[in-house]
Design a protein around this ligand. Structure first.
Ligand SMILES: Cc1cc2nc3c(=O)[nH]c(=O)nc-3n(C[C@H](O)[C@H](O)[C@H](O)COP(=O)(O)O)c2cc1C
Length: 329
């Protein structure tokens, strides 16, 4: 599929997830078959203030292409300036705009999914990003609507297309649903029918079969996968195989899970330093060990670790002790 002039070599994308889809995890997902990756959301205002913590959030890996940096904000002037900074610092092919974040802190400032209540401002945001983007395509990610009484994804998508959005991602839940209930794939189908730009369907893809089904039901051009690949980046390889009509590879062995968790940890050490990497390993290892018998004990041991050598050693022990018990889980 193509987004503006940018060609994507496949239609499986990694959804942006703050605190999850950092550079290390994005690299792993790409190796597994994600054709397109989007950074964690970056505050346009913070970028304009040259906030030191913000700049690393948008750093792409050397061969992370095609990729998007995602911005959030509700001030067109800040968005325009931030888009230009994104281009200058990170050189992504695409800039994505977050109009779907449901978190209170974000919507209370008028950002994220609050923009769905103000579609005219949302269009001005997109136009501003286009002005700042130096010709790069600007895409928009949003939800079904604000709440059950205000479902406006179809009209919002049409307006965004008119404002110049080069592609659209729809998460089939309202803001008030947060992550509860089931994602409504029917609304995504309606959006796809209403616009001519490419549409990514998003919400509740946890298996290769879900990926095939969401594409079938919605007619969308691509699928964006979020929570389903936390601890399971193999979902990309398995979904890709299914979509291409090849045999679906088996679930990863425990050894593969441990090796991948360790690789992600090592990359995080390089990018963020040992201290932060050890803290983040608690969460990422918990995901990689999801469903593993005896996993809880290892997860609690991980909370006591503070050096790279300790994490390396515990991973070796995990493989040695858990591996023979449970080759496949
Ligand atoms: C921990 C977490 C962080 C997220 N951060 C972002 C974000 O930074 N930008 C964004 O557009 N969506 C964000 N999302 C929403 C996801 O991109 C996605 O739309 C949502 O999880 C539904 O897809 P899924 O069912 O495949 O997870 C986040 C979701 C989660 C669970």
């Amino acid at each position: 599929m193509n987004i503006g002039s940018v060609h994507l070599p496949g239609n499986l994308a990694l959804a942006p997830m703050a605190g999850v889809t950092d550079q290390a995890f994005r690299v792993i997902c790409r190796e597994m078959g994600a054709a397109y990756t989007v950074t964690e959301m970056v505050s346009a205002k913070a970028l304009c203030y040259q906030d030191k913590k913000t700049i690393p959030l948008m750093a792409l890996a050397p061969d992370e292409s095609p990729a998007a940096v995602q911005l959030f904000g509700s001030d067109p002037a800040a968005i325009e300036e931030a888009a230009a900074k994104v281009v200058e610092y990170a050189h992504p092919e695409i800039i994505d705009l977050n109009m779907g974040c449901p978190v209170h802190k974000i919507v209370s400032s008028g950002d994220g999914s609050a923009l769905m209540k103000n579609p005219d401002l949302a269009c001005r945001i997109t136009e501003a990003a286009i002005r700042g983007s130096g010709g790069r395509p600007v895409t928009v990610k949003f939800r079904k609507g604000w709440d059950a009484e205000h479902v406006n994804a179809v009209e919002f998508a049409r307006m965004q297309q008119s404002a110049g959005a080069a592609a659209i991602t729809v998460h089939g839940r309202t803001r008030t649903q947060m992550y509860a209930g089931k994602a409504d794939w029917e609304i995504i189908r309606q959006v796809k029918e209403a616009v001519s730009v490419p549409v990514f369907a998003n919400g509740d893809v946890f298996t290769p079969e879900d990926a095939a089904e969401i594409l079938r039901v919605t007619g969308a051009d691509g699928v964006m996968i979020g929570r389903g690949c936390c601890g399971d980046p193999w979902l990309f390889a398995r979904a890709k195989a299914l979509l291409e009509g090849r045999p679906v590879p088996p679930l990863p062995t425990l050894e593969e899970r441990c090796d991948t968790a360790l690789r992600q940890f090592r990359m995080t050490c390089q990018l963020k330093g040992e201290h932060i990497a050890c803290l983040e390993a608690r969460k990422s290892y918990a995901w990689y060990l999801k469903g593993v018998r005896g996993g809880v004990k290892w997860k609690s041991r991980l909370t006591q670790l503070s050096t790279m050598a300790e994490v390396e050693e515990i991973t070796r022990q995990m493989k040695e002790i858990l591996g023979p018990q449970q080759q496949e889980c």
